[in-house]
Design a binder for this molecule. Sequence first.
Ligand code: 9MR
Length: 395
Amino acid sequence: MKRFLVVGATVLMLAGVLTAVPVSADQRHPTVAEQSLRTLAARHNLAIGTAIDMDALRDAASPQYRALAASQFSSVTAENVMKWEALEPTRGVYNWGPADELIDFARKNKQKVRGHVLVWQNQLPTWLTQGVNDGTISNTELRDILRKHITTVVKRFKGKIWQWDVVNEAVSDPWDSPSSIHLKGFWAQHLGPGYIADAFRWARAADPEALLFYNDYNIEAFSDRGPSDKTWYTYNMAKQLRASGVPIDGVGSQGHLATQYGNYDAFQALEVLDAFSDLGLATAFTEVDVRSLMTDGVRAGDANEINPRLQASAANYSVLLQACLANRRCLSYTVWGLTDKHSWVPSWFSNPPEGLATLYDESYLPKRAYNVVKADLAFAGPPYVLPRVSQKPRR
Ligand code: 9MR
């Protein structure tokens, strides 16, 4: 008993000493737990980002949203407000307000901005798609409209955007028909394959400093490098664009994963990043989230069902982050949705339902994935993890 008391008293005394004696910041290392993701990522010169839902950011009833977005992340992406339908809902009438608000938030919090997105087949304004469908907009005019859109938007935000997703999701998936990978969607159909190089050239003309990215999903790993390998197709497309002198600076791999699939290890993911960076391109993970099936057990709160999913999700976040850390041209790692409450997943995957995809739960509490990301950032270093090399925009 006496020994316990002595030990106890010594512990208390020591604790007292540690808290009582003022230690200057450079003497005492903050614990990893006390550090934010952005501080830990800064050691690698890596930007850690999140998609921002502007309604949530504005919502006075959820100050946690702003607080976490500002304190944990060094980069932001507009989840929706920089898309064409949001910027130009009526032809010639622009709505810059929400995007400006985000840029202002980023400036105040010393954050970089990823511009998302200039050319994509989704979330186009109806005046545009309808005009094309009913023949009032010809393909020649459509090309002019696209040039004007890119020029106007990129000039409007000139100097404020670090990386632009210039072209998004232009490449088909193996489940499309035909299964051999090809350029898909509205723009390829109406303008032919040349629109991709055009888009990069127009964007470069409008902002000589922004880094210009091609962005897509399901390009985290190579498969057989055959005709149905989307990653291989995208790699060859990027190679071709570089060879033709097109001002493309990077390839963004979205990183939308799901725990019910096999997925990849860090070496497979690194192989792809290295392949792109060997072409002289920067890389980035641009929309990482790792969703799970919301089985009856998960929804009923059964820990036996929930735990393996949270752990698998964390492991997949880690795979992509480790690959990114190991590739010196991987400039940023962005998660898609701040919390499970703000994730696109539940509304998109409802039959069967999926969810649990982000780093925070619906009450803003950090999940296993958050701590795994944090640990990876904290415990990585030389010789295999070295600071990022900066990318010079290609003219
Ligand atoms: O998260 C976005 C969601 O709020 C929108 O409804 C949806 C519309 O297509 O787009 C989501 O974001 C997508 C991103 O812009 C491009 N890659 C896939 C993302 C998830 O669908």
